[in-house]
Design a protein around this ligand. Structure first.
Ligand SMILES: *Cc1c(COP(=O)(O)O)cnc(C)c1O
Length: 509
C-alpha cells in the first residue's frame, strides 16, 4: 500500500508543467520553483518512508513531519504534525498539483523571506535576534542622505586631501567621553580581538577569574584572548579577586591588565573586586596598560533617572583607564559597531595594526554612528531622540495607555474570546546591560480556550510584519514598552482580529 503511494508521487517535471504550478513562473525564478518542488516531494517521500518503517514496527499512530496538506498547523511543512494512518492515506492519495501548490508556495515564501521589519513585543529592549538598537530618526536620515550617491568617507573637503575614515567620529567620541584618541570597528568582539592582538600578542594578559565571561553566541572571553595570541594569566577566584592577586601575577612578559564588565550575570554574596582606580595605579606604576571591556558602553549615567548603576565610558576614562572598548548598538543606541577609546599612546598602535583594515566599518555605519553620537552632545537631546534610551525611560502610564489602545482597538468579540487584559510584568534590558535588573512594565495578556499559547505566538510571528511576543505561564504576553510606534499598535490589533477570525478560533455567538 505505502509502496503504491510512493510510486504515485508525481515527478518534478509533471508538477512544473501542470497549469497550477506553471503559473508560479510569473512570480518566482524558475530555478527556485524547481528547488521548492524538490523539497516538497522529498518531504512527502521521507515522511511516507518513515511512517512505513515505524508503523511496521509499532503499528500505531505516530508523529511525523508529513506535510499538512490541509494547511493545518500553519507552520505547515516545517512543523511536526500528527496524523493517523488513515489520515495519511487519505491525504497522500491526493498528490495533485492543486493540492501541492500551497506547499510549494509556502516553501518559496520561506526561501525568499529575508530581513524584514518586525514588531518587538517581547519587552527585551536590546534583543540581538531582533537587531538590537533601533536607530534614531537622525541616524536613519543620515544613511538615507549618503545612500544613492558619493560621500566624503575618506576625504577632507577643505583641503581636498585624503582623510582618516574615522576622523569625525573620533572627534565626537573624544568630546563626549574625554578620551584622547578613538577608533571604530565592526563590533565589540572585534575591538577586544584587535586591542589584544596589538597590545598583548605573545604576552600575558592578567584577568580575574570572575571576568572570564561568555557573552553569548561565539563570544567567550578566554577564547577571544587565545585567538588574539595573548596568553591568559588568570588570577583570583570566581567570587573574590584582590589587588595583590594582580600584583603577584605581573612578570616581565605581562602585556596588559584586562577588566571585563560582567554584562549578563551578577555575582552576589561573599565577593570582592578590585576598584578600577587601584588597577590603574598598579598599571601606571609598572608601565602596563589597563584595558576595560565595558560591553554595553553607557554614555549617560541612568541612575539619575532611577535606573540601576551601569558603568559609563566617561567615568572609566576619568579613572585613567588606558583603553576602553564598548558596543555601539547596545545602550549607546546606534548601528552595529565597536569603539576603542583611550590614551593616544595605546590607541595609535591599534590604528596601525593591519587587522584594523580587516575589521573596518562601512560608510553606512559611519553615517549612522556619527548622527547618533552627535545627539549625545546634548544629554537632553539623546534622551529624547534615541529609541533605546526612550524605551528604558518610558513611564509606566505611557505603557499602560499603549496596552489600553491595543485592547480597545480590537473588536468586542475578539477581545472577549481572547480574554485580552492588562497585567503587570517586567521588561529586560538584554544585550548584556544591567544584568539581573528588571524594569516594571505593563503587558497585554492573551489567553483563549480555543487557541493555545504556542499556536497563538506562532500565528503572531507569521503575521505581516511578524510580531514577537513572549509566553509566560501558558499565556501570550505583549510587552508594550518596546512597541512605541502608533502604527505598530494598529498592526497588532489587526493581527489579533485576523487570527481570531480566520482560524475560526473565536466562535462568535
Ligand atoms: C556584548 C559584549 C561584547 C560583544 O560585543 P558585540 O558588539 O556584540 O560584538 C563583548 N564584551 C562585553 C563585556 C559585552 O557585554
Amino acid at each position: 500500500m505505502h509502496q503504491n503511494i510512493l510510486r504515485s508521487i508525481p515527478s518534478v517535471n509533471e508538477l512544473l508543467e501542470s497549469p497550477e504550478i506553471s503559473k508560479l513562473t510569473d512570480l518566482y525564478p524558475r530555478q527556485l520553483i524547481v528547488e521548492a518542488i524538490r523539497e516538497v516531494l522529498e518531504d512527502i517521500r521521507q515522511s511516507l518512508t518513515n511512517r512505513t518503517n515505524i508503523n511496521e514496527k509499532e503499528g500505531t499512530k505516530v508523529a511525523g513531519n508529513f506535510p499538512a496538506l490541509d494547511g493545518r498547523g500553519q507552520g505547515g511543512r516545517v512543523k511536526d504534525t500528527e496524523f493517523s494512518d488513515e489520515e495519511v492515506m487519505s491525504q497522500a492519495t491526493d498528490l495533485s498539483p492543486q493540492k501541492l501548490l500551497p506547499l510549494v508556495q509556502q516553501v518559496l515564501q520561506q526561501k525568499l523571506c529575508g530581513i524584514e521589519h518586525a514588531i518587538n513585543a517581547t519587552g527585551i529592549i536590546l534583543h540581538t535576534g531582533l537587531g538590537r538598537a533601533p536607530l534614531a530618526e537622525e541616524a536613519a536620515k543620515q544613511i538615507q542622505n549618503i545612500l544613492e550617491s558619493f560621500c566624503t568617507l575618506e576625504i577632507e573637503k577643505y583641503s581636498g586631501k585624503r582623510g582618516f575614515r574615522y576622523h569625525n567620529i573620533e572627534q565626537l567620541i573624544c568630546t563626549i567621553t574625554g578620551a584622547e584618541s578613538a577608533l571604530v570597528v565592526n563590533n565589540n568582539a572585534a575591538t577586544v580581538l584587535l586591542a589584544l592582538d596589538t597590545l598583548a600578542r605573545g604576552k600575558e594578559v592578567i584577568i580575574s577569574r570572575s571576568h572570564l565571561v561568555e557573552i553569548g553566541g561565539e563570544f567567550r572571553m578566554p577564547d577571544v584572548m587565545t585567538k588574539s595570541g595573548a596568553i591568559l594569566a588568570e588570577v583570583g577566584t570566581t567570587n573574590k579577586t584582590y589587588l595583590k592577586d594582580y600584583e603577584n601575577a605581573i612578570t616581565e612578559n605581562t602585556g596588559l591588565v584586562l577588566k571585563v564588565h560582567q554584562s549578563n550575570f551578577k555575582i552576589v554574596g561573599f565577593t570582592e573586586t578590585v576598584d578600577l582606580k587601584d588597577l590603574v595605579s598598579l598599571g601606571q606604576s609598572r608601565n602596563i596598560p589597563v584595558m576595560y571591556d565595558l560591553g554595553s558602553g553607557a554614555l549617560i549615567d541612568l541612575q539619575k533617572y532611577g535606573l540601576p548603576y551601569e558603568p559609563t565610558v566617561q567615568e572609566s576614562i576619568k579613572a585613567g583607564v588606558d583603553v576602553v572598548t564598548f558596543s555601539t548598538d547596545k545602550l549607546l543606541g546606534g548601528p552595529q559597531g565597536g569603539i576603542i577609546a583611550g590614551k593616544k599612546k595605546w590607541i595609535e598602535p591599534i590604528k596601525k595594526n593591519p587587522l584594523t583594515r580587516a575589521l573596518r566599518v562601512g560608510k553606512l555605519t559611519i553615517a549612522a554612528l556619527e548622527a547618533t553620537l552627535r545627539l549625545y552632545l546634548e544629554e537632553g537631546l539623546a534622551l529624547k531622540k534615541i529609541p533605546v534610551l526612550k524605551m528604558i525611560l518610558t513611564p509606566l502610564v505611557t505603557i499602560e495607555e499603549r496596552c489600553k489602545k491595543v485592547i480597545n482597538k480590537v473588536g468586542l468579540e475578539t477581545r472577549v474570546c481572547m480574554n485580552l487584559s492588562m497585567v503587570d510584568g517586567f521588561s529586560g534590558m538584554g544585550g548584556g546591560a544591567l544584568p539581573g535588573e528588571n524594569i516594571p512594565t505593563k503587558l497585554v495578556c492573551i489567553h483563549s480556550d480555543k487557541i493555545n499559547a504556542i499556536e497563538l505566538a506562532n500565528k503572531l510571528r507569521n503575521s505581516t510584519p511578524p510580531i514577537f511576543a513572549r509566553i509566560e505561564q501558558d499565556r501570550v504576553h505583549l510587552d508594550m514598552r518596546t512597541v512605541y510606534d502608533d502604527a505598530e499598535i494598529d498592526t497588532i490589533a489587526v493581527a489579533l482580529e485576523k487570527i481570531a477570525g480566520f482560524s475560526g478560533n473565536c466562535v462568535v455567538k
